[in-house]
Every structure is written in structure tokens, then in C-alpha cells.
Design a protein around this ligand. Structure first.
Ligand SMILES: [Zn+2]
Length: 468
């Protein structure tokens, strides 16, 4: 039986435009999807957009559109952005899809039938920016630290609540014995929060029309988070042939949505008696030249900006190299240019064109069934993308550069066997590098493979032109 691998990105909230934060999660998921396809597994890679909630309704009003028309206008910007950076998702889910809506109602009905929903009055704070309820301890100087003060409002309304607290002991046990939260820092953070005590959470909203109706109480709509989280499951229900992909092997997340994915989502699934996802990985954020990325600072980097400057594979490489795996990653366009020139233009690109030119006409040695290095696969699976690339450079690229400099084949006669031998050896190592780097830079690696297999041929166009 073919092994299956189901990987998801969060679905992105539709009031935003794609930036480097969304891009790093999506590129990382794409790298994992491509790697697992390379390993011969059957892969399902899901991304999409989160389209309900008060904030979307407000944005639509500002643009003079109906909410659905607004979503239909914005969703393609994400679809296009991912196409432009060569993302190989198998499906793009939109939470306004009627098939998703049906699964949401069905799953939440199960939670109600299990006796895990009750009506109560909610009084407290709500951040419209986060679309989430806040406790006093979440607030800094009375408002959400992630959004301007006016986004935090005091609310008092009758809602349906989900018995989240009921599932806390089960979640603690699961995290302690069969952990699904990575990396380790996030696991201990969640455990500590769970052990400190957890309140039940509002499941529905009154007066928010732009949402999915609660089937047992048509006067309310589901709180957007409950609707959004279900996308990971709903796609495996309504898409033909995808049922077997549940439970997901990996949910990739940003740290701002850790709690929702590692606690609320898991508790919802426990209540509905559905298998839990096997693993969540929560990455950190990008800092731009030492500052938080924000619209008001005008330092937001878009994926388009990256592909315009570095082309698709250059952009993908830089994202992977700087991926904020455990800690925030400080990046900037100037440093991206330096890294691109150092690693891709001067090192890899230069090496490939030297070997292809010097070795033109030389037969390559056949590589019988290349295998991905175990250590490399492990590094990628653990989202240590920078280290994984470092591993490839060390094992194949640096080695080739050293051999070239040591033997200096350009000084040897054309018929000198030593010349042929070193160029064959380098060509082979470069092909192995390309084989490993394929999930990160698919087009470039295919190009490299085609000019070095069987017989070495010079490149038609250089790889990675230097950038000023
Ligand atoms: Zn907020």
C-alpha cells in the first residue's frame, strides 16, 4: 500500500493580501509535499481562504460589495500568488463553498448531539482584528497587543458555548504521551496553559450575519474559527477520493494561531469522535530589518516582490533559507540580495555553468536510483529547512568546488583522463545536489538534471544572474 501524506497550510483570512508571512508557510508546505511525492508517497496538499466573519463583512461594505462578491474578488489574489511562486497544492478550499458549509453544519451538529454545546451569556473582550475573544490576561493596556486599541471591543451577548474545559484532561494526556505539538517550545507552552485552567469558548455569534447558520438555532451563526478549522477535515469529505487522507499528517501554522489549532480544533474533533491530526508544526515570524512587519511601517514584503527580484526559484530558496522555524527570523531585501548572490549566483550557479562548459561532450556516469539522504529528509520533515540546504551544500556542492579548485581541469589537456574523471565526479555530485534541492527549486533542478545527464551539455542560459 502506498504511504499517504496529507499536509495543510492555514487558510488565509481574506481581508489580507498575500505577504511573506503567508508565503513562508505555503512554500514550506510545498517543499514538504514535493519531498513526500519524491519519496513515492501519495500526497494531498491543501491551502485556501477563510472567508466568513465580521471583519470580512466590514471590508465588503467599505468596498461597496456584497460579502460574497468581495470574497470572489479577493480569493483569486491568493490563488494567483501561489501559482506565481510555483505552489503545487492539490486543492484550494474556500470556506464559502457550499460543500464545506454542509460539513461544518454536520460536524458541529455532532458536537451539539454529544451534549457539548450550551447557551450562555458572554461578557468580555473581543478583538475584531484577530476575530477572537480575549481574556484580561491576553490584553496589554486594555487592548489586543497585535492590533490598534479601537479593534478591542467589550461584548455582551447570548451565545452557544462549546465545553472546551471538558476535554482538557484528555488533551493533556495526549500531549504528554503521544505528542502532536512541535516544536518542543510550543508543546510546553500549551501544556502549561492547559494546566493553568481553561474556560469554555463561545461557539456562535449573534448579529453576525456573514457566517454559517447554526442548524439548531437559526438566529445565530458559527463563530468564524469553528467554521475555518473544519476546512482541513471537510476537504477530505467532499472531494472525491480524498476520504482516506484524514487524519492529516501535518498542519503547518504560524504562532498566532497555535491555541486554536492545538487545543480548540483537537477538542472539537474529540467531541465529534473524529481522529486527531498526527502533527502540528508552529513556526515563528519574520522580522523585517529588525522591526515587526506592519502595514503602518510600510515594510511588508510581498511574494510578488520576491519573485520579481529573484525569480521563482531564487525566492523559494531565500524563503527556505530564512524560514523562521523555532525563532523569529530577521530578513530584509538587502540581506536577501547578498544571500542570493553568495549562495546561488556565485556558488551553485557558477559551479553548474563551469562544469557544464568544461565538461561539454563528456559522458556522465549513470546514477542508479538516487536516494534522498536520510538525514536530509529528517531535517525537512522537522522544518529545519536552512540546515537541510546546508547539508546539501556541504555534501555535494562544496565538495565539487573543492575538487575543481584542487585538480584545476581547465589547465589539463582535453584528452587527459584526470580531466574527464574530475568533471564526471563533479557533474554527478551536482546532479545529486539537484535531486535533493528539487522540492525547493523544482524548475532549476530539472534544468540542471537535463544538462548533466547522459552527456554533459553547456547551459542554454546561465542560472541565477548576479543581482546588484
Ligand atoms: Zn487582535
Amino acid at each position: 500500500m502506498t504511504k499517504k501524506f496529507y499536509v495543510t497550510t492555514p487558510i488565509y483570512y481574506i481581508n489580507d493580501i498575500p505577504h511573506i508571512g503567508h508565503t513562508c508557510t505555503t512554500v514550506a508546505a510545498d517543499i514538504l509535499a514535493r519531498l513526500h511525492r519524491q519519496l513515492g508517497e501519495e500526497v494531498f496538499f491543501l491551502t485556501g481562504t477563510d472567508e466568513h466573519g465580521q471583519k470580512v463583512a466590514e471590508c465588503a461594505v467599505k468596498e461597496g460589495l456584497e460579502p460574497q462578491a468581495y470574497c470572489d474578488k479577493i480569493a483569486p489574489t491568493f490563488i494567483e500568488a501561489w501559482k506565481n511562486i510555483n505552489i503545487s497544492n492539490d486543492f484550494f478550499i474556500r470556506t464559502t463553498d457550499s460543500r464545506h458549509i454542509a460539513v461544518v453544519q454536520e460536524l458541529l451538529q455532532k458536537i451539539y448531539d454529544a451534549g457539548d454545546a450550551y447557551k450562555a451569556k458572554y461578557e468580555g473582550y473581543y478583538c475584531i482584528g484577530c476575530e477572537s475573544f480575549k481574556t484580561e490576561t491576553d490584553l496589554v493596556e486594555g487592548h489586543c497587543p497585535l492590533h490598534p486599541p479601537e479593534k478591542t471591543v467589550k461584548k455582551s451577548e447570548e451565545n452557544w458555548f462549546f465545553k472546551l474545559s471538558k476535554y482538557v484532561p484528555q488533551l493533556i494526556e495526549k500531549i504528554e504521551n503521544d505528542n502532536y505539538i512541535f516544536p518542543e517550545g510550543k508543546r510546553s507552552e500549551i501544556l502549561a496553559k492547559l494546566k493553568a485552567g481553561v474556560n469554555d469558548i463561545s461557539l456562535s455569534r449573534e448579529n453576525v450575519e456573514w457566517g454559517i447558520p447554526v442548524p439548531w438555532d437559526k438566529s445565530q451563526t458559527f463563530y468564524v474559527w469553528f467554521d475555518a478549522l473544519i476546512n482541513y477535515y471537510s476537504a477530505t469529505r467532499f472531494l472525491e477520493g480524498k476520504a482516506d487522507f484524514w487524519p492529516a499528517d501535518l498542519h503547518l501554522l504560524g504562532k498566532e494561531i497555535l491555541w486554536f489549532h492545538t487545543v480548540i480544533w483537537q477538542a472539537m474533533l474529540l467531541s465529534a469522535n473524529i481522529a486527531l491530526p498526527k502533527k502540528t508544526f508552529t513556526h515563528s515570524f519574520y522580522m523585517i530589518d529588525g522591526q515587526k512587519m506592519s502595514k503602518s511601517l510600510g515594510n511588508v514584503i510581498s511574494p510578488k516582490q520576491l519573485t520579481d527580484l529573484f525569480e521563482v526559484d531564487g525566492a523559494r530558496y531565500l524563503i527556505a533559507r530564512s524560514f523562521p522555524s523555532e525563532n523569529d527570523s530577521d530578513v530584509g531585501i538587502v540581506r536577501f540580495k547578498e544571500k542570493y548572490n553568495a549562495d546561488l549566483a556565485n556558488n551553485l550557479g557558477n559551479l553548474v555553468s563551469r562544469v557544464a562548459k568544461l565538461g561539454a561532450g563528456i559522458k556522465s556516469i549513470k546514477i542508479s536510483e538516487p536516494k534522498l539522504g536520510e538525514e536530509y529528509v529528517k531535517l525537512i520533515d522537522n522544518l529545519k529547512l536552512d540546515e537541510a540546504i546546508g547539508w546539501v551544500f556541504e555534501n555535494y556542492i562544496d565538495k565539487s568546488n573543492n575538487r575543481l579548485n584542487e585538480i584545476a581541469p581547465w589547465k589539463l589537456a582535453a584528452d587527459d583522463p584526470k580531466r574527464t574523471e574530475v568533471l564526471q565526479e563533479c557533474a554527478n555530485n551536482i546532479r545529486l545536489a539537484a535531486f535533493h534541492l528539487y522540492p525547493i527549486m523544482p524548475d532549476t533542478c530539472e534544468k540542471i538534471e537535463s544538462c548533466l545527464n547522459e552527456e554533459i551539455k553547456p547551459l542554454e542560459t546561465g542560472l541565477f544572474p548576479r543581482i546588484k
